[in-house]
Design a protein around this ligand. Structure first.
Ligand code: 13P
Length: 253
């Protein structure tokens, strides 16, 4: 019932020329892919316009990696949701752990950004997840609960039905140690339950909950076999067309 979503977070990688090359190869590799699956790529801001041109007329959506919550103003270094729509984005990653940990992004910020993104017709890919310390001290579900509640606190049911949540345990990002399918399933089912409680079953049942953290072609099949994993947010493995395409065309896709 839920359409799978495979998203590539390019992080701070690729010049414009490199981005065009990668997007072109991904597009070419998707000509014959299963239609029940959505794909989005999230290049750095500087490559959005060029990648938008490459993706025109394709089924691949364009996403940014962050947004400010205001439409415009004196916010040096920031980019607004209006600008992201203008360049052709329909998705935006919010609350990535790298933004939370390295750039001081708060739960509050993520909530404001989610509200602004939805108001402008962008689908927020809201990232949540615990650190290793939090997991080892038994706080995983508490941390995720706080992050989800804060991220969705300005959204009514209609707005919340336009979001995607990505569970990305911080200890699994870029480490080569993905969560086991069972570990991810526990948290992802919990996320769906939280949303059911706060926004109702009619929002939670169709909600897409992605998994992110060391997703590779050889572990995606087992992850996708879990009932509450509806896709993946891929970092390192999306920087090569071949491995991103292998993930999209996972066994059982
Ligand atoms: P890796 O796939 O490189 O672990 O990164 C995951 C991620 O942070 C996606 O947003």
């Amino acid at each position: 019932m839920r359409r799978y979503l495979m998203a590539g977070n390019w992080k701070m990688h690729k010049t414009i020329a490199e981005a065009v090359e990668l997007a072109t190869a991904v597009r070419a590799g998707l000509e014959t892919s299963p239609p029940h699956l959505d794909v989005v790529v999230c290049p750095p801001f500087t490559a959005l316009q060029a990648v938008a041109q490459v993706l025109k007329g394709s089924r691949i959506a364009l996403g940014a990696q962050d947004t400010h919550w205001e439409n415009q103003g004196a916010y040096t270094g920031e980019v607004s949701p209006v600008m992201l729509r203008d360049v052709g984005c329909t998705f935006v990653i919010l609350g990535h752990s790298e933004r939370r940990q390295l750039f001081g992004e708060t739960d509050d910020d993520v909530g404001d950004k989610a509200r602004a993104a939805v108001a402008h017709g962008l689908t927020p890919l809201i990232c949540v997840g615990e650190t290793l310390l939090e997991r080892e001290s038994g706080r995983t579900l508490g941390v995720v609960e706080r992050q989800v509640e804060q991220a969705l606190r300005h959204l009514g049911a209609t707005e919340a039905s336009r979001i995607v949540i990505s569970y990305e345990p911080v200890w699994a990002i870029g480490t080569g140690h993905a969560a086991t399918p069972e570990q991810a399933q526990v948290v992802q089912a919990f996320i769906r339950k939280l949303v059911a409680t706060s926004h109702g079953d009619s929002v939670a049942a169709p909600l897409r909950v992605l998994y992110g953290g060391s997703v590779k072609p050889d572990n995606i099949g087992a992850l996708m076999a879990q009932s509450d994993i509806d896709g993946a947010l891929v970092g390192g493995a999306c920087l090569q067309a071949r491995s991103f395409l292998d993930i999209i065309h996972f066994p059982g896709a």
